[in-house]
Write a protein that binds this ligand. Structure first.
Ligand SMILES: C[S@@+](CC[C@H](N)C(=O)[O-])C[C@H]1O[C@@H](n2cnc3c(N)ncnc32)[C@H](O)[C@@H]1O
Length: 266
């Protein structure tokens, strides 16, 4: 296996401000991949990143030594992915394919991947349940699903703290969790909704984490100017992420799903 530390574009998770967005998910994902490596008896896993975009997770996963297929409808994102993978020296392990999670099996095979990532995609798809089913059907037995989506409570809290009380209330009652016509996110989820989707697709829930519980609420200047504040905030995020009490106010929710073991791979 190769480089284990960087999260995105050569950043070190514990030092960059961008790591506030990725650190918790990255830790959970990396541990899940490590477990698959041990259980599968191979150093190199096949990983699918549905809606992988420009590769903010796909490239670091490839840097761990795994083969990553990114399926995304955006040609621009795939172009940026190719460049990012080349800059990181992992071009040969990252394969971008233009496609859609609804037509996933037009471009990749079923039961072909040790892990499937679906990060920041369910918010935008027509049918989230079908999206999750397809992601699960792409997994080999004992494979892991890493699902990340926008949390309802985090958006309500953020609108309220910004003084947009009517928008906060609207998000609470809107079936899609949107705060208004200007809301750029088409759909948000509660932890219960996400775990139900994953469970209904046949996976065991391995873990649920709240992501960016505090990061989006803390004034940026405070984190940037106070020595040690970023490190301390990262530790606080990590500690709160696992606690169910904080799931309801997280900006994003991460669910790790695990497929039942089947026959051993050859
Ligand atoms: C918010 S970005 C997330 C990118 C990446 N997964 C990450 O975490 O950085 C959403 C991505 O989903 C892609 N997307 C939108 N609709 C999709 C669909 N129906 N199927 C697959 N991907 C889709 C977009 O092109 C975009 O790259």
């Amino acid at each position: 296996m190769s480089d284990r530390s960087p999260v995105a574009g050569g950043e070190t998770p514990s030092r960059s401000r961008g790591s506030l967005r990725t650190a918790v998910v990255w830790e959970v994902l990396r541990d899940a991949l490590d477990r698959r490596v041990k259980a599968a008896g191979t150093d190199i896993l096949d990983v699918l990143d549905t809606g992988g975009g420009t590769g903010s997770f796909a490239v670091p996963v490839a840097r761990l030594g795994h083969r990553v297929t990114v399926v995304d409808p955006s040609p621009n994102a795939l172009f940026a992915l190719e460049r990012r993978a080349a800059e990181a020296g992992v071009a040969e392990r990252v394969h971008g394919v233009q496609g859609d999670i609804h037509g996933l099996f037009d471009v990749v095979g079923r039961d072909g991947f040790d892990a499937v990532l679906c990060h920041g995609v369910l918010e935008y798809v027509d049918d989230p349940a079908e999206g999750v089913r397809n992601a699960v059907d792409a997994l080999r037995p004992a494979g892991a699903l890493s699902l990340l989506a926008a949390g309802l409570g985090g958006a309500v809290l953020a609108r309220a703290l910004a003084g947009h009380f009517n928008e906060a209330r609207r998000a609470l009652t809107d079936p899609a969790g949107r705060w208004g016509e200007g809301d750029p996110v088409p759909r948000r989820f509660t932890a219960e909704q996400l775990t139900e989707l994953v469970g209904a697709a046949g996976l065991r829930i391995g873990a649920v984490h709240g992501v960016r519980v505090f990061a989006d609420l803390v004034p940026g200047g405070l984190v940037d100017t106070q020595p040690g504040a970023l490190e301390a905030l990262l530790k606080l995020e990590a500690a709160a992420a696992e606690l169910p009490a904080f799931h309801s106010v997280a900006t994003q929710l991460h669910v790790l799903g695990e497929k039942a073991p089947g026959e051993k791979r050859d």
